[in-house]
Design a protein. Structure first.
Length: 495
């Protein structure tokens, strides 16, 4: 599919998923500023107009339901006016999607308000929401009475808390009670540890992201757009931490870098990233921590040439940073501006949870999968990703991805594959059975349990008089252990 066809498809999909008038306004700008033929633009703008009409209907539904709720509520006029201001004015800014207001804002907050009215037994006043009268125990009892799951309680509490904070901020009340829900922190499904921001992306998602990352947008100067593409290319190549990459590199670091060949025979520029990061930190008087020292960035020579060519086009010298703040080459792009751009990309691609951290997660998952998904893979991740121990990459960054998918992403976006993985690449191309980290992790966990069992059985003479039974179990456990070890070895070798 050509670039024009891909852009047309993305814009068509985006129109179908427009969820607010703000989205529609941004998309209108995207269509107008695109390089599509005028006929295609007119057709897309027509579709967008129809979608706008649908949004108008949703807004009307929401406003009607708010009016019905207020008309039935037993409360004084002042209270109703304040609620009307929240539901119809503030909520529209905080939750621009009409569907969210229809399905969440009004039901969660409205249900709680009705509960308070029933408990009071008389007309509500705004003072009933003040912490002097409303205690956290009242809200907790409301949740308990509903017999909701912890996740549902957390969702309801988030909407109710935002409403309470708005009342306090606008001085309708002095303070709204704070309720800490008992929802536990979400766990990573693979390693059982805390879940970090970011996630690996599929080839299809990356294609969409890279297609729109340089598309013009309101308040973004056109000269800056290629810098976001350069940022993405470097992130995918070697996975440096996004927040540290922005200020770390200057063009001279690319010009002074050496070269290396990866496991596929592709040529890469070796950028001394750790050295550059130290230099920038020292110049600013910052602290150097081990976790910051990603040793080197491996950037495909074709990408390096593209980045250097842009420097020459802009007339910048080699001391200029790769991501300057101004057209003249001074300063550094602020992290918030990068995050704003990534949020815009997320909106355009309809990948709502996309962030800059996804590039690092994708790189880590690709490298982990291609190298076999074993403890050796964890070690390579720690080495190339700048961790001083394997715990973090093992627990946080390793995600399930098939070898075929990982290799496709690596080939398309020229991700550096260490020479240590040459045999792994041959196995994948030869059709190695697709083995996920979950397969290996489950087997390793069972082996740990069996090892403990064997240790206990080995003390059989001290534990029980039925020595023969214990010895039989001991032998069975050893046999199972040997079988599992052989199975894991087979998985590691791709057989």
């Amino acid at each position: 599919m050509g670039e024009e066809e891909n852009m047309y498809k993305l814009l068509t999909d985006a129109i179908g998923k427009v969820a607010s008038l703000t989205d529609a306004a941004h998309l209108h700008y995207d269509i107008r500023s695109s390089d599509l033929p005028e006929r295609s633009k007119r057709y897309l703008l027509g579709l967008l107009t129809e979608r706008g009409k649908t949004l108008g209907n949703e807004l009307q539904i929401y406003e009607t339901r708010v009016q019905e709720f207020l008309s039935k509520l037993d409360a004084d006029d002042q209270h109703k006016q304040i609620l009307k201001a929240y539901f119809l004015d503030h909520a529209q800014l905080s939750y621009p999607t009409p569907t969210t207001r229809i399905k969440n804002v009004l039901p969660w907050i409205g249900g709680f308000i009705e509960y308070l009215r029933e408990q009071k037994g008389s007309a509500l006043t705004i003072a009933d929401f003040d912490s002097k009268n409303l205690k956290d125990s009242h809200i907790t009892r409301y949740y308990e009475g509903k017999k909701w799951t912890e996740t549902t309680i957390k969702t309801a509490n988030s909407f109710i808390s935002v409403f309470g904070k708005w009342l306090a901020k606008n001085e309708y009340i002095s303070k709204f009670p704070y309720v800490k829900t008992s929802v536990k922190e979400e766990k990573d499904t693979i390693a059982g540890t805390r879940k970090q921001a970011g996630r690996p992306r599929t080839r299809e998602e990356l294609d969409r992201i890279m297609t729109v990352i340089g598309v013009p947008a309101p308040k973004v100067e056109r000269w800056r757009l290629p810098l976001f593409r350069h940022f993405a290319l470097i992130e995918l190549s070697s996975g440096p931490r996004p927040g540290e990459l922005l200020p770390a590199l200057r063009y001279k670091d690319l010009l002074e870098g050496g070269t290396a060949t990866d496991a596929r025979g592709e040529e890469y520029l070796v950028i001394p990233y750790g050295t550059a990061l130290r230099r920038e930190k020292i110049q600013k008087g910052g602290k150097i921590r081990n976790r910051e020292l990603v040793p080197d960035i491996f950037l495909h020579t074709s990408y390096a040439k593209e980045i250097i060519a842009y420097k020459d086009k802009m007339g910048w010298d080699e001391e200029i940073r790769l991501f300057p703040r101004t057209r003249e080459g001074t300063g550094v792009i602020p992290a918030r501006r990068l995050n704003t751009r990534m949020k815009r990309v997320a909106d355009m691609t309809r990948i709502p949870d996309f962030t800059a951290d996804d590039f690092r997660h994708t790189w880590a998952s690709v490298l982990f999968t291609i190298t076999g998904g074993t403890e050796r893979s964890v070690g390579l991740l720690a080495q190339y990703g700048g961790w001083d121990s394997p715990e973090v990459p093992r627990d946080v960054y390793m995600k399930v991805m098939t070898p075929g998918m990982a290799l496709e992403i690596a080939d398309t976006y020229k991700i550096y594959i260490p020479v240590e993985a040459e045999e792994d690449l041959e196995l994948i191309r030869a059709g190695r059975p697709e083995v996920t980290y979950e397969d290996v992790a489950k087997l390793l966990e069972e082996i740990k349990l069996l090892e403990l069992q064997v240790e206990v059985f080995g003390k059989g003479e001290e534990m029980t008089e039925k020595k023969e039974d214990v010895e039989a179990l001991f032998e069975e456990a050893k046999m199972r252990l040997e079988k599992l070890e052989r199975k894991i070895e087979a998985l590691r070798n791709g057989s």
